[in-house]
Every structure is written in structure tokens, then in C-alpha cells.
Design a protein around this ligand. Structure first.
Ligand code: UD1
Ligand code: CA
Length: 460
């Protein structure tokens, strides 16, 4: 049985009040369309068609960067004349002699549909037109499922075209449909747009099918969020909170301690070991990998970072694109920028910023420092207020420290410069020349004291 999928994603999404194409709005750090694509790609299907229209350039660029093993076909719907028209445009691109047996319609703005529901729909399909419906207390704005007295599906009526009596119906159309491709082609070709929105509604194929005596069946999902469409920012927000609660539950189920699941945001992929504690207001973005026995303190944002075991991250840290080895202490209020590598047992304290630098095993920068473009050996100490001057206004330069280097407080290391093993930099030094091994570098003006100095007095 050959199956192809179409994802409708051409609509403007006017109710989002945004210049961004609707399907590119993010849920859990990924465009809504990405969620639908991942679900579609997990199905036994041969091809995925994506119908683009509004903002198609941006979506096309996004699609071109994705890695996938399933064949994608982009369909341009220049004028968005309705969901039925979108499906018709797609089928027009498929040669009837090689068309799939079944065609599944998904919506780019219904992001949380699960593979389980769709597999159920596919497994149960007996050459019929199959719908996914939902019983809800809040059917406003959605297509209503009209059933005959014996319970058979007769039609779908859009909210805007429904009578007051039909609006009382609580069973709604989720938009998701599975149909034999040949029949679907015939039905969408016969659609008219004589309705309140002058659109070719895909939903009108249901009454066509019924009129032909064709079997129409449905599965009713019990999960409102799974089939929730996003038409405005409030709906996106509600779905985001639901999604985040699901993510928190997954982490809790795997044994992690989450101080407050309503105050955790996972905007990407988290892989973690045993004994993880996430305090409140932690935001994890992109690919974050965490080893065993790790504490992430409150208000910390971590993105695309690999964290080893036994690591403690105190409150208020911002960490991006870093590699953190084992038994490292960070924060509070530290900032690690891309290219930072913290070796085992190193320590980065409060108000320290590190960029594109390696901090050696057991080395420490405990307070108020900027370390940029540096390689720091093992067991070094970087004093409070030390600045690695890496930028001359045009180019960036590198600083190298050997092992066991002690940099006193308030030093300025002017790159390019290198400092040998066991060197000692006196506090308040400005260092621009190499310092050999075991040397003491004093790069500051000698102190002079003025004897008998008198305090200035205010003139009357
Ligand atoms: C649609 C259904 C409605 C269902 C609801 C569920 C129709 C006519 N109505 O209404 O029965 O209850 O979804 O969420 O199908 N799109 C295109 N091209 C177009 C028009 C729309 O690609 O010409 C895409 C949109 O980008 C969107 C999807 O189709 O992803 C649904 O369109 P939308 O306008 O949001 O339909 P609803 O009013 O939500
Ligand atoms: Ca919608």
C-alpha cells in the first residue's frame, strides 16, 4: 500500500498578526512545520508534499537546510483559494499512472498530531474516506461534523457557514484526512466555492463522498491538544505550555528532579544522565547533553552545549556552544560563549565571561573577568578583574598561558601574548610581551608616595 502525505502550509495566518509565515512560528524551539514534518517522516510514506504560499521563500529556505531521507516535493499555491484548492494543486502534480493508493492530508498549523493517531488512521483505513475528529466543549471557529440519526457522517460544515443549531455540535473536524488518491482527485476537482469565505473547502468532499455512497469513517481522538490548530498567538501560547509540560513529564519520568515543571522550557533536544536537578526558570535550547549528577541552578539559559558529570551550574548563567567536562563549577552569573571548553575541575565564577577559550584542568577564574580567544593551561588562577584584550579594533588575537600560571587581580593581557609555565603576573599589570617560565612579570608603574601631602581645602 503506497502512501503519500501532503502538509498544507500556504495560508497567511492573518490572525497571527505577524510578518512571519504562520508555520514558521516556533513551538518548543522548532517551527510548527518541523513538528508536522517529523511526524510525517515517521510514517510508512513514500513522499511528503508541502504546500507553500505566503512567505514561501522563507519556508523553502528552511526546508532546503533540513536533512531527511524522505523525498519532499514543494507545491506552490500562488493564490490561497482554500484547503481543497491546496490539495487539488498538489494532486495536479502527480501522474495518475503512478499515484499512491492513499493520500494523507495534514495541516502545518496542527503541530502536535502524533504518529500513533495517524498510524491508527492508516491501519484502520479500508479504502474509505477517514477523518480524525474531536469532541470538545469549545468548538468555536472549527468545522462541525454532521451525523445522521444513525450516527453516520453526512458532512462537515464550517463554523462560518453553520446554522445556530449546527454550531451547538461539539464534534469537530481536526482537518486530518486520509483518502484513496483517485477518489480524492475526483472530489477536489468537483469542489465549488459558494460559501461564506468564497474558498474551496476540502471539508466539502465529505458530502460528495456520502452522496456517492462512499464509505466515510472517523477516529475520535481524546486529546484536545494533539489536534489543536494554531490560528493566533494565544493558541500558540496555550499549546507551548502544554508541550512544555509534556517535556517536563518526560524528564521527570526518566528520574530527573524538576523543581517546578511549569517553569522549565526545553526548546530543542535534551539528553541527560542520572541525578539531574533543574531549578526554576531554566531554558534549554538546541542540542543539550548532560552527564550524571548535574545541578542547573535557577534562571540559567543553556544552548547547544555538552555538559559532563558532576557539574554544578549556579543561578543566572548564560551558556552557549560550550563543552564542559566533569566536576566543573560555574556561576553564579557566568557567561560562556561559543567555543568555550572547560576542562575537568575548572571553575568559572561570578561575572566572568569566556569566549572561544580553553580553560585547563583545575584552572579557575572566580570573579569578574573577560577571557576571550585564549588557551589556559592546567591549575592556573585568573585574578578578579582580569581582562584578556583579544581585539585590536580590527583583528582578534590569541593569548596562551602555560600550566600553574598565577594572574593577579586587575591585569590586562594584551594579545597576542604568551605566558610560560609557573609564571606569576603581579596584580594590576598590563602585559603585552611574552613572559618566560617561572618569571614574575610586573607591568605597572612604580608606586610613589608623597610625604607631608595636605588634603585640598575648600576656598571660602
Ligand atoms: C480548517 C478546516 C476546519 C477544521 C480546522 C481545524 C477547512 C475548510 N476547514 O479550518 O474544518 O476544523 O481546519 O484546525 O479545511 N491552507 C493552505 N492553502 C489555503 C488555505 C489554507 O495551504 O488556500 C493551509 C493553512 O496554511 C493551514 C491549513 O491549510 O495550515 C488550514 O487552513 P486554515 O485557514 O487555518 O483553516 P481553518 O479555518 O483553521
Ligand atoms: Ca487553522
Amino acid at each position: 500500500m503506497k502512501l503519500e502525505v501532503v502538509i498544507l502550509a500556504a495560508g497567511k495566518g492573518s490572525r497571527m498578526s505577524s510578518s512571519e509565515p504562520k508555520v514558521m512560528h516556533e513551538l518548543g524551539g522548532r517551527p510548527m512545520l518541523e513538528h508536522v514534518l517529523l511526524t510525517a517522516e515517521s510514517l510508512p510514506c513514500d513522499k511528503i508534499h508541502v504546500v507553500l504560499g505566503h512567505g514561501s521563500e522563507k519556508v523553502r529556505e528552511y526546508l532546503s537546510q533540513r536533512k531527511t531521507s524522505i523525498c519532499h516535493n514543494i507545491v506552490y499555491q500562488d493564490r490561497q483559494l482554500g484547503t481543497g484548492h491546496a490539495v487539488q494543486q498538489t494532486l495536479d502534480q502527480i501522474d495518475p499512472s503512478i499515484q499512491p493508493d492513499l493520500f494523507l492530508v495534514l495541516y502545518g498549523d496542527v503541530p502536535l498530531i502524533t504518529p500513533e493517531t495517524l498510524l491508527d488512521l492508516i491501519d484502520r483505513n479500508r479504502e474509505s474516506l477517514s477523518l480524525v475528529t474531536l469532541e470538545t466543549d469549545n468548538p468555536d471557529g472549527l468545522g462541525r461534523i454532521i451525523r445522521t440519526d444513525d450516527g453516520a457522517i453526512a458532512a462537515i460544515v464550517e463554523d462560518k457557514d453553520a446554522t445556530d443549531e449546527q454550531r451547538l455540535i461539539g464534534e469537530i473536524n481536526t482537518g486530518i484526512m486520509l483518502a484513496p488518491t483517485g477518489k480524492l482527485r475526483e472530489w477536489v476537482d468537483a469542489l465549488a466555492n459558494d460559501n461564506s469565505q468564497a474558498e474551496y473547502y476540502l471539508t466539502d468532499i465529505v458530502s460528495h463522498a456520502v452522496d456517492q455512497g462512499f464509505s466515510v469513517d472517523s477516529i475520535c481522538t481524546g486529546d484536545e491538544f494533539e489536534v489543536q490548530g494554531v490560528n493566533d498567538k494565544l493558541q500558540l501560547c496555550i499549546l507551548e505550555r502544554h508541550f512544555q509540560m509534556q517535556e517536563a513529564q518526560k524528564i521527570l519520568a526518566s528520574g530527573a528532579k524538576v523543581m517546578d515543571p511549569t517553569r522549565l522550557d526545553i526548546r530543542g533536544e535534551l539528553v541527560h544522565g542520572a541525578n539531574l536537578t533543574l531549578d526554576v526558570n531554566v531554558i534549554l535550547t538546541g542540542d543539550v547533553t548532560i552527564g550524571n549528577d548535574v545541578l542547573v541552578g535557577p534562571n540559567s539559559c543553556i544552548s547547544n552545549t555538552k555538559i559532563g558529570s558532576g557539574v554544578t551550574i549556579l543561578s543566572g548563567c548564560v551558556i552557549e556552544g560550550a563543552i564542559i567536562e566533569d566536576d566543573v563549577m560555574i556561576g553564579p552569573n557566568a557567561r560562556l560563549r561559543p567555543g568555550t571548553i572547560l576542562k575537568n575541575r575548572s571553575k568559572i565564577g561570578n561575572f566572568v565571561e569566556v569566549k572561544n577559550s580553553v580553560i585547563g584542568t583545575g584552572s579557575k577564574a572566580n570573579h569578574l573577568a573577560y577571557i576571550g580567544d585564549a588557551t589556559i593551561g592546567d591549575a592556573c588562577n585568573i585574578g578578579a578583574g582580569t581582562i584578556f584584550c583579544n581585539y585590536d579594533g580590527v583583528d582578534k588575537h590569541h593569548t596562551t598561558l602555560g600550566d600553574r600560571v598565577f594572574v593577579g587581580s586587575n591585569c590586562v593581557l594584551i594579545a597576542p601574548v604568551s605566558i610560560g609555565d609557573d609564571a606569576f603576573i603581579a596584580a594590576g599589570s598590563s602585559v603585552s610581551k611574552p613572559v618566560p617560565n617561572q618569571n614574575l612579570a610586573v607591568g605597572r608603574s612604580a608606586q610613589r608616595n608623597i610625604e607631608g601631602w595636605e588634603k585640598p581645602k575648600k576656598e571660602k
